[in-house]
Design a protein around this ligand. Structure first.
Ligand code: PMP
Ligand code: GLN
Length: 390
């Protein structure tokens, strides 16, 4: 008898099908619905940044850049960390340019985890976290954040740590909830890291999108954390160039060196003409960052008001460009089924956040909308959602 056919996909990746973002953007494309699913802006970033890329492209910046990234970009990243967060990193050895934050996250997990190590993270989690933890042969230990405030339960956090914990993978401001971790919560996390000599990898791609006068606090700025934290960010969100895939990691030399070892075998390098453009972007005056933030804060208010009027229970985000909502006030319970039917019912695409939970019951009725869209698009989506009420 023939042996049963082996599935093609390696067991490490079993269960990781198409990402929800790709699935939902394809659904929007197919149905012509307004896409408030995948988080990307529908307008371009600053013209001078686009021009800088064009200039680099025409100016012959089209071959492999240096492995760690071009020096002016590494210098601009270091200057950005100092200007906005008071963090000092040496552009030469403590900064690594990556292919988006996505590659930085993957390279960090592959470089830092042994098979069987545990990674503490928070659910709902960004989808690539689970996949990259699995690729590294590590195991995730998940702490559930629950609406309305998505606060850390200190007991659940303590219970997630064990003798096998290698690192904490934190995202603040947090996708998909829009939560901005408070100093007290970060202190709690830092305390466990210091006590157990655990590393931290902190994904801060929404670092400039924080609302209502709140503050984004990098974990690396807490006492005893700079020496154990790798901080990751990206140009995609801050400059509305999600397709450019310029990201970076910074932190202690030994951590960055380890991550670079993995990174060089994933992509080696990328984005030659975009690197000088992002170096320029990072040096834009404070007014750019403030007006970008204020613009997104107004869009948050616009979409939240629309979704509330449509009858959803809306959990107003403190940061990012996402808002989560509970569909139960509409008499619905299953976010996944709801989102699959939403293009047909209302001509809108949203993301079921249940896919970002291990505890499916915790996320069953929650969905996520992106508000990084033109005002007229937000208004039209809200008007369509209002029709659901009948
Ligand atoms: N982390 C989070 C929390 C995200 O939302 C995203 C999506 N932009 C990424 C990482 C990936 O960033 P990039 O597109 O720079 O790879
Ligand atoms: N970060 C974006 C989001 O959360 C999407 C990125 C992706 O498609 N992988 O919607």
């Amino acid at each position: 008898m023939a042996a049963p056919a082996r599935t093609l996909l390696a067991s490490r990746l079993a269960g990781f099908g198409t990402t929800i973002f790709a699935e939902m953007s394809a659904l929007a494309e197919r149905t012509g619905a307004i896409n408030l699913g995948q988080g990307f802006p529908d307008t371009d970033g600053p013209a001078e940044v686009l021009e800088a890329a064009v200039e680099a492209l025409r100016g012959g910046r089209n071959q492999y850049p240096p492995g760690p990234g071009i020096a002016p970009l590494r210098e601009a990243i270091a200057a950005h960390q100092r200007r906005f967060h008071g963090i000092e990193v040496d552009p030469d050895g403590e900064v690594l340019v990556t292919t988006g934050a996505t590659e930085a996250i993957a390279a960090a997990l592959l470089a830092l985890c042994e098979p069987g190590d545990e990674v503490v993270t928070f659910e709902p989690y960004y989808d690539s976290y689970a996949a990259c933890i699995a690729l590294a042969g590590a195991r995730r230990r998940v702490v559930t954040l629950r609406p309305p405030r998505y606060e850390i339960d200190p007991e659940a956090l303590a219970a997630a740590f064990s003798a096998r914990t290698r690192l904490v993978l934190l995202n603040t401001p947090h996708n998909p909830t829009g939560k901005v971790f408070t100093r007290a919560e970060l202190e709690l996390i830092a305390g466990h890291c210091r006590e157990r000599d655990v590393l931290a990898v902190c994904d801060e791609v929404y670092e400039h999108l924080v609302y209502d006068g709140r503050e984004h606090i990098p974990l690396a700025t807490l006492p005893g954390m700079a020496e154990r934290t790798l901080t990751i960010s990206s140009a995609g969100k801050t400059f509305s160039v999600t397709g450019w895939k310029i990201g970076w990691a910074s932190g202690p030399r030994a951590l960055v060196a380890a991550v670079q070892t993995a990174k060089q075998f994933l992509t080696f390098v990328s984005g030659a003409p975009f690197q000088p453009a992002i170096a320029h972007a990072l040096g834009l005056p404070d007014a750019y960052f403030e007006s970008f933030r204020a613009d997104l804060e107004a869009k948050r208010d616009r979409l939240c008001a629309g979704l509330e009027a449509a009858g959803l229970e809306v959990f107003r985000p403190a940061g990012t460009y996402f808002v989560t909502a509970d569909i139960r006030p509409l008499g619905e319970h299953d976010g996944h089924a709801f989102c699959m039917a939403l293009p047909e019912r209302a001509g809108v695409v949203a993301v079921p956040t249940v896919v970002f939970y291990d505890d499916k019951d915790a996320g069953r009725s929650l969905i996520r909308f992106a508000f990084c869209k033109r005002d007229d698009v937000i208004d039209e989506a809200a008007a369509r959602m209002a029709r659901l009420r009948g």
